[in-house]
Design a protein around this ligand. Structure first.
Ligand code: FEO
Length: 402
């Protein structure tokens, strides 16, 4: 028996779970796996929307077959060409040789560069409509969310938005597929980790895509992304998150990240955190950059307004694990944070001084003075840590709504 999930009488989820891959894009830990979502519309014409990673193509084709039997697939719509979604195009083409592949001009540039020339292309323009019979599909180009060819497909009768990577996240779909069938706290964390690490750099383009959907004035009953839960009960919830994250809007809280060889910089991190708690800050996350993967750290930095970075000096520079953190923050072009800086140095500097240079480049508002202890923190440095915590807490508390 094949597991398929109906979104409506004619629209089906034909996605698959991946619990085997360790790293998404060979970079981002998949501790909780990932789903590659694809969809099928059964009408006078049959359309499949997106595919899955190549390692999962057999399960995907089996699902399609279990719904449509001997009928052929007429259209294969490609919203996004990254291989976690385009990896089974060839398999679909082999099984259904007459299928027409639907995409925009850039889709086919990618298609040919990844997989070579294929037959039967249908090149759509922004807001073109494809008629399947009872269902009509309208296409919205949403470039750079997060690749140049990305687009969304809107099913006009049942008002389902097939949104590609937008609104999706890590985490397999373990039984529950819809937002009302799962624990959203778990998925919200994994969606924010996906957003902040994969899509977040393109916040301006996310805003543009959201504005395009608003201007089009379409009702959205269901959001069907290419990863994570399908939003049928409360699609506005995930739209709101995307709106806030792409505008760098934050919650009250502080992320303290440190790199420490022998525990002295760590001691300062714990001290600052305690002072923040004494001042009434409840959301405080401390991360050892050597232990926690940067993707989890970035996800929390995306969430909270306060960031406090600490580093020991290492071979006249920043501690290597902290270099990874600041590189990722800069690459994401994250804006609008309060920043505190601390660290230690023994026989050379390089930790705090490089964090200071990072602060200059980011133009975030710094709280307190940067504090550098010689080998281990003493009374004077602890006073500096208090000042950082106090000013951070004060600024955050001032922003609280009445
Ligand atoms: Fe889910 Fe951009 O690939």
């Amino acid at each position: 028996m094949i597991n398929t999930v109906a979104i409506s009488e004619d629209i089906h989820f034909v996605g698959v779970n991946d619990r085997e891959t360790h790293l998404f894009e060979n970079l981002w830990p998949l501790d909780k796996g990932v789903s590659y979502n694809a969809y099928l519309i059964k009408d006078e014409k049959i359309a499949v929307i997106d595919t899955v990673k190549s390692t999962k193509m057999d399960a995907f084709v089996e699902k399609i077959e279990s719904i449509i039997g001997n009928r052929p697939v007429d259209y294969l719509i490609i919203n996004h060409m990254e291989p976690d979604h385009s990896g089974a195009i060839k398999a679909v083409k082999e099984k259904y040789p007459d299928v027409t592949i639907v995409g925009n001009k850039k889709t086919f540039e990618f298609l040919e560069s990844f997989y070579g020339k294929m037959k039967n292309y249908y090149i759509i323009e922004d807001e073109d409509v494809l008629d399947l019979g009872k269902h009509q599909l309208k296409f919205y180009l949403t470039p750079m969310v997060h690749w140049p060819e990305t687009m969304m497909t809107y099913e006009m009768t049942e008002k389902v938005l097939f949104s590609a990577d937008a609104f999706g996240g890590f985490g397999t779909l373990d039984g529950g597929v819809f937002d009302d069938e799962v624990n959203l706290e778990f998925y919200t964390d994994e969606i924010r980790r996906y957003y902040s690490n994969i899509v977040g750099k393109y916040g301006a383009m996310v805003q543009k895509a959201l504005k395009k959907l608003t201007t089009a004035d379409i009702d959205i009953n269901v959001i069907a992304p290419t990863h994570g839960p399908v939003w049928r009960s409360n699609p506005s919830c995930i739209i709101d998150y995307y709106d806030r994250w792409s505008k760098s809007e934050t919650e009250e809280g502080v992320v303290i990240v440190y790199g420490s060889m022998y525990g002295n910089t760590q001691k300062m991190a714990d001290f600052i955190a305690r002072k923040l708690a004494e001042k009434g800050i409840k959301n405080i996350r401390i991360y050892d950059a050597s232990k926690t993967h940067v993707s989890y750290i970035i996800s929390d930095i995306w969430r909270f307004k306060g960031v406090i970075l600490g580093s020991c000096a290492y071979n006249t520079g920043l501690f290597p694990a902290m270099e990874t953190v600041i590189h990722k923050i800069e690459n994401s072009q994250l804006k609008n944070r309060y920043l505190g800086i601390f660290g230690t140095a023994s026989w050379s500097g390089g930790g705090v001084s490089n964090l200071d240079k990072f602060a200059e480049r980011m133009k975030w508002q710094q709280v307190g003075e940067s504090i550098e202890a010689k080998s281990s923190p003493k009374e004077e440095e602890f006073k500096g840590c208090v000042a950082i915590a106090q000013e951070m807490a004060q600024r955050l508390i001032e922003e609280r709504e009445d």
